[in-house]
Write a protein that binds this ligand. Structure first.
Ligand code: NAD
Length: 263
């Protein structure tokens, strides 16, 4: 059990990649805080699976996981999420910044409201979650790990999704900067950058065969990713096997990044 005795907080884990990460970290022995904004049923489903996975680690059911509601687009909520997680489990060792959203629009049509919606969660939320987590680690004088679920679009242009690219590109530089600033505190930070993964965020793509086939042509491994393709890597980065790794982005994209052509 590589994460025995560790507490992990996974933001936005009521579905998709976040749900798979929460379950995988529990399988590896961590206690998991499952954050959600507006789908308590999804969070409960994650908790059920986390408890089923964590139960095998001989922990009391109540120590295996808990759900906490918080809107990651509001800094006060982000700070409350960290402090409630610490209250509930006594510590947090691993922060997975997973919550995110995207909005499609031509550049000239992007509204201030949509710009804020995307960047508030994907960039500001990530920044202040990391800040509150680091304050907790400093106060308790302990090391920790931050893993951001960014995207191939921290690197790769994605026309009509400029707000999304701004947010993920911002998280890339935040991660590099913090690797340098937080290294001396024993805190590591890395990005996991998925390509096209079959989750609800890609609902439109999954329902449009023509578009899907066009995307598949860009993926050398010939298939969309599964949430577990991402959670496997997160589990490694969260473990002590990755203690000497900080400041890097790891792509989970079936080779998409080097083969991308605009459709
Ligand atoms: P998803 O839509 O299934 O999940 C996103 C999660 O974020 C949901 O649980 C949602 O409730 C949560 N969330 C959104 N706004 C929130 C808020 N204000 N407060 C709290 N939670 C909030 O999509 P996913 O594919 O599982 O995405 C997870 C992460 O992976 C995102 O950061 C996304 O940008 C990134 N990503 C996904 C793909 C992909 O192809 N699926 C590719 C690259 C990056």
């Amino acid at each position: 059990m590589k994460l025995d005795g560790k507490v992990a907080l996974v933001t936005g884990s009521s579905q998709g990649i976040g749900q798979a990460i929460a379950i995988r970290l529990a399988q590896d022995g961590a206690s998991v805080v499952i954050n959600y904004r507006s789908h308590p049923e999804g969070a409960q489903e994650t908790l059920n699976q986390v408890q089923a996975a964590g139960g095998k680690c001989h922990m009391a059911q109540s120590d295996v996981g808990a759900t906490i509601q918080a809107d990651l687009g509001q800094v006060s909520e982000v700070q409350r999420l960290i402090s409630e997680s610490v209250e509930r489990f006594g510590q947090v060792d691993i922060l997975v910044n997973n919550a995110g959203l995207e909005k499609r629009a031509d550049f000239w049509d992007v509204s201030e409201e949509d710009y804020d919606k995307v960047t508030d969660v994907n960039l500001k939320g990530v920044f202040f979650a990391a800040q509150a987590f680091v304050k907790h680690l400093k106060q308790t004088n302990r090391p920790g790990k931050i893993i951001n679920i960014s995207s191939v679009h921290e690197e790769l242009p994605f026309p009509h999704f400029t707000t999304y690219c701004i947010s993920k590109g911002g998280v890339k530089m935040m991660m590099r900067n913090l690797a340098v600033e937080l290294g001396p505190l024993g805190i590591t930070i890395n990005n996991v950058a998925p390509g096209a993964i079959a989750t609800p965020i890609n609902k439109d793509l999954l329902e449009d065969k023509e578009k899907l086939n066009a995307v598949l042509k860009n993926i050398p491994l010939g298939r969309l990713g599964k949430p577990e393709d991402v959670s496997n890597l997160v589990a490694f980065l969260a473990s002590s096997d990755a203690d000497y790794i900080t400041g890097s982005t790891f792509y989970v994209d079936g080779g998409l990044l080097w083969n991308y052509q605009e459709q």
